[in-house]
Design a protein around this ligand. Structure first.
Ligand code: MG
Length: 158
């Protein structure tokens, strides 16, 4: 039995914050603003995983009003969600296809490390994880470098 899920997230890109995508700290003069580490890719991935099983969303599971999630490492939240999906609902991940949308910096040299991090957190082969990066062609807030977004599709199999 298959279940498909999709996730979307967007965060502001501001001075004085670390830029963390897929658990990789990327050198840049701006970073993503948020209650947690604001890892926009992992947040969209968590929403895709939860969405596939109609389990709600990241805000429901890890409320940003809860101090225990302040500066939370999104990889830890991801591991918790994966444990629920595999050990409580007995699904496994068939494959993941993700897109990160931001104007700068270029992500090409970080994609492999992101795939390795996610493969480790999800306990699946890296070949099942597709990570793409693209710009917004200079349009709007993302194009101005004031925000970054991510879209993820995941297929679960039982
Ligand atoms: Mg988020």
């Amino acid at each position: 039995m298959f279940r498909i899920g999709q996730g979307f997230d967007v965060h502001r890109l501001v001075e004085g914050r670390k830029l963390i995508l897929g658990g990789v700290e990327i050198p840049y003069h701006k970073g993503l603003l948020g209650h947690s580490d604001a890892d926009v890719l992992i947040h969209a991935l968590i929403d895709a995983l939860l969405g596939a099983l109609a389990l709600g969303d990241i805000g429901k599971l890890f409320p940003d009003t809860d101090m225990q999630y302040r500066d939370a490492n999104s990889r830890e939240l991801l591991r918790l969600v994966v444990r629920t999906i595999t050990q409580k609902h007995f699904y496994s991940i068939n494959n993941i296809d993700a897109t990160i949308i931001l104007e700068q910096p270029k992500l090409a040299s970080y994609i492999e490390q992101i795939r390795e991090n996610l493969a480790q957190d999800l306990s699946i082969n890296k070949d099942l994880i597709s990570i793409k990066a693209k710009t917004y062609e200079g349009l709007g807030e993302i194009g101005n470098g004031d925000a970054a977004a991510s879209q993820v599709v995941v297929l679960l199999i039982k």
